[in-house]
Design a protein around this ligand. Structure first.
Ligand code: PMP
Length: 451
């Protein structure tokens, strides 16, 4: 179906350019680690090719060049972990176990904390959900990502809607829950709005009630240092693919007691000390929950990303803050664009901005940005349906910044949105399986996909 979208051919792109603060550079600032794909070009529907403007770091971040090089260096040595006497196996085992220590340091965990490699944040939270003692009361904010809301089941799960005073919300929720083991789930940075949660203050509230706290750092860890000892948090979870290490590893780090007492998350080889015809005795360390062949490449990639970010925090944060300011100021100047927020416009945040464009379907806007401007953003409800519906009644767009972002990318987005609200799209779009796509999309997929 072709939609009748009012549109006008754009004859002179320069006519509609937004006035912006300074010259936009497409090159990377000094001191910011580089990423793969920084010079990627993508086709547009009009036949041109442009540099890809990846404004979707919050979904999955591009691979750090340092990670790619480290993985390349490891691959000749890649062999079984924990099981082989061969030299390459010993090297791989060393790489894997060393990665635990790097991740431990990255999140500021104590030497006694367990560092368990998982597939991602979702996996890590599901592991923790299986490990909490029976009858544990769990308190979670309903504004969180589904990965934080859904793993906990049963009558002891309490979903709290945050107000402007989240410490009081938590205090009241904990006062209502029965004594016994309690766990509070807190997000470091909201995946919809990028807003920073007052983690240390919420941890202090949890402590007063004798509750534990798990920090979902999926969005925080790529943008800010995390120190769970300083924050007084019991557990932290994160994903490698959001931390510029897209090789399938994430981590759960935290207090060992519940994790050692729990049944293994996965049953199988590697998690056992001894198996007889009648009985199984399980390992006590992190291996207890890591049955199966470990993802040594993913763990190494994650560790290298952690090390690289730690060496460059000042430049990383300065780069992101400058771009975030440019983005938010620019969005605020576009008629009909509304930026979303949980705690208010001035709340501190990382480089993630969700917004709506009045009168324009977010999915159509995302398709237009890709097809006509080579910009990648996310649209929808971002696995945070309760929050996005509350803020918009429907869906939104999200632009998220990271190491691969440049001022030119931000400016291109702002120019494209201005053009959209003033003139509409240039191409026609149709609904295909519920999502908008350019009519007769001429863009070809890269050649390697045709092999
Ligand atoms: N928590 C937050 C805040 C997230 O943004 C995400 C991913 N969007 C997750 C959890 C889940 O992460 P993953 O998909 O890597 O498991």
């Amino acid at each position: 179906m072709t939609l009748a979208i009012p549109h006008a051919r754009v004859s002179n792109a320069a006519d509609t350019r937004v006035q912006l603060a300074g010259p936009a550079s497409s090159t990377h600032p000094a001191g910011v680690p580089s990423v793969a794909g920084a010079r990627l070009t993508v086709p547009l529907v009009d036949g041109r090719h442009v540099q890809y403007a990846n404004l979707d770091h919050a979904a999955s971040a591009p691979c750090l060049d340092a990670v790619r090089e480290a993985v390349d260096e490891l691959l000749p040595w890649y062999a079984s972990v924990h099981r082989g006497a061969g030299f390459a196996s010993q090297v791989s085992t060393k790489v894997y176990e060393r990665a635990r220590e790097v991740v431990r340091d990255f999140v500021g965990a104590r030497a006694t904390a367990e560092v368990i490699f998982t597939r991602n944040t979702t996996d890590a939270l599901n592991l923790l959900a299986r490990a909490v003692p029976a009858g544990t009361s769990v308190i979670v904010f309903d504004t969180d990502h589904h990965a934080a809301i859904l793993p906990w089941r049963g009558p002891n799960v309490h979903r709290v809607t945050p107000t402007a005073n989240v410490e009081q919300d938590l205090d009241e929720a904990l006062a209502r829950t029965p004594t016994g083991p309690r766990l509070v789930v807190v997000t470091g940075a909201a995946n919809v709005t990028g807003e920073l949660w007052p983690v240390a203050r919420l941890a202090a509230v949890a402590r007063r009630h004798g509750a534990r706290i798990v920090l979902d750092a999926a969005q925080l860890a790529p943008h800010r240092p995390v120190d769970i000892t300083a924050l007084d948090v019991d557990y932290v979870v994160l994903s490698g693919h959001k931390l510029y290490a897209p090789f399938g590893a994430g981590a759960l780090v935290g207090r060992a007691d519940w994790l050692r007492a729990a049944n293994p998350y996965l049953a199988g080889g590697g998690a056992t000390r001894q198996v007889t015809a009648r009985a199984v005795s399980w390992n006590y360390g992190p291996e207890r929950h890591e049955a199966g062949s470990p993802n040594v490449v993913g763990a190494h990639a994650l560790a290298v990303a952690c090390r690289t970010l730690r060496q460059h925090w000042d430049a990383v944060i300065a780069h992101e803050e400058a771009l975030l300011d440019r983005l938010r100021t620019g969005l605020a100047a576009i008629p009909g664009v509304r930026q979303l927020s949980i705690f208010g416009d001035s709340a501190p945040r990382v480089g993630v901005v969700s917004f709506t464009v009045e009168g324009h379907d977010p999915n159509l806007v995302a398709a237009y940005l890709s097809a006509e401007h080579g910009i990648g953003v996310r649209d929808g409800a971002f696995c945070a349906h309760i929050l996005v519906r509350r803020l918009t009644g429907d869906r939104a767009l999200r632009a998220s910044l990271g190491l691969g972002s440049t001022a030119e990318h931000v400016d291109r987005l702002l120019t494209a949105l201005h053009r959209l609200v003033e003139q509409g799209t240039t191409w026609d779009y149709e609904l295909v399986d519920g999502r908008y796509a350019p009519v007769d999309d001429p863009r070809e997929l890269p050649a390697f996909l045709s092999n």
